[in-house]
Design a protein around this ligand. Structure first.
Ligand code: AVI
Length: 310
């Protein structure tokens, strides 16, 4: 992720791809809109992953040693974390990582209250670049990385591999990694998931322009832009775009840009994997798949991997 919103926006507008990291979608309103998306009938990933975990957690955690330290990327919703911690045998501690200090503090406090006696060690981290674990962790003992939600799909292949490799180094040789991935499927299912009839995803996407106006004093009119979800086959992915509906001139941080009708800002990529492609990606980053669990409709997979020598 580029260091500041201003640099990211200027770079995106100067480059013909007009691509900006999806991490910038998540200001306070963006995060609330994403929460709303996870409740939509057409957005199946969150619900489906929770169902897989509810059904298979005893099997998934059976081979994970007792006193394992859990490191969660994204300090996710307690709907996923609580059942995982309940299913593990005496977890040694819980380390939630998140880019938002506020969100992290809330998640950590909630978890501490529910698991008295469990060391909870939150850490602010941006996992789109290199990050560290807290310094005061036990050096020995096994570790479990937990990265649910198919958020890994929002990274390019190269960045996803770098993240997997970085986690392999941080978690060490006696570690496992539980990762949720969204599977490739018909655009008839994928497009409505990313362009819902209620318009929540459109509001989530357009909110980026509202954020840019507020934080950078830019003069986008969000009504000039149409939300579009595009499916591509190779590699399988959904791209979110904000398509400019008429020729406009905009000003950001003292610079002037022209956009023509039909030009778009590319605001998110969401990769749709298959088991083999993801396993190959992980193998190149020091992880071997020990098992995977898929819902009955074949929409989403939870992958359990163990560390291999680097
Ligand atoms: C957070 N991430 C996994 C979501 C996804 O499905 O790629 C973000 C999202 N974008 C639009 N809808 C949901």
């Amino acid at each position: 992720m580029t260091d500041t919103l201003q640099n990211a926006v200027l770079a995106a507008l100067r480059d013909p791809s007009h691509r900006i990291s999806s991490a910038w979608l998540y200001d306070q309103r963006g995060s609330a809109l994403f929460e709303a998306i996870t409740q939509l009938p057409s957005y199946y990933p969150t619900r489906t992953e929770i169902d897989i975990l509810d059904t298979h957690l005893p099997e998934i955690t059976a081979a994970i040693p007792e006193h394992t330290l859990v490191v969660e990327l994204g300090s996710g919703s307690s709907r996923k974390t609580v059942p995982l911690l309940n299913s593990l045998h005496q977890p040694a501690g819980y380390v939630p990582l998140d880019i938002s200090a506020d969100y992290l503090a809330d998640a950590a406090n909630g978890l501490s209250a529910q698991f008295p006696g469990l060391p909870v060690l939150p850490r602010v981290a941006d996992f789109t670049s290199a990050f560290d674990l807290p310094a005061d962790l036990p050096e020995h003992g096994s570790r479990l990385g937990f990265f649910p939600g198919s958020t890994i799909g929002n990274l390019d292949t190269g960045n996803a591999r770098d993240l997997l490799r970085h986690c392999r180094m941080l978690l060490g040789g006696d570690s496992r990694f539980l990762v949720g991935i969204d599977l490739d499927k018909s655009p008839d299912i994928l497009i409505p998931a990313y362009d819902d009839p209620e318009g929540v995803t459109a509001a989530f996407n357009r909110n980026l322009l509202v954020r840019i106006n507020r934080e950078l004093g830019a003069d986008f009119d969000p009504d000039d832009f149409r939300h579009e979800a595009r499916y591509f086959e190779a590699p399988a992915r959904i791209e979110m775009h904000l398509v400019c509906e008429r020729a406009i001139t905009i000003h950001v941080a003292g610079e002037r840009f022209e956009l023509t009708a039909g030009e778009s800002l590319h605001t998110e990529t969401s990769r749709k994997y298959n088991i083999e492609a993801f396993s190959t990606l992980a193998a190149g980053a020091g992880w071997s798949v020990s098992g995977h669990w898929i819902d009955a409709r074949g929409r989403f997979a939870v992958m359990l991997m163990h560390a291999t020598p680097l």
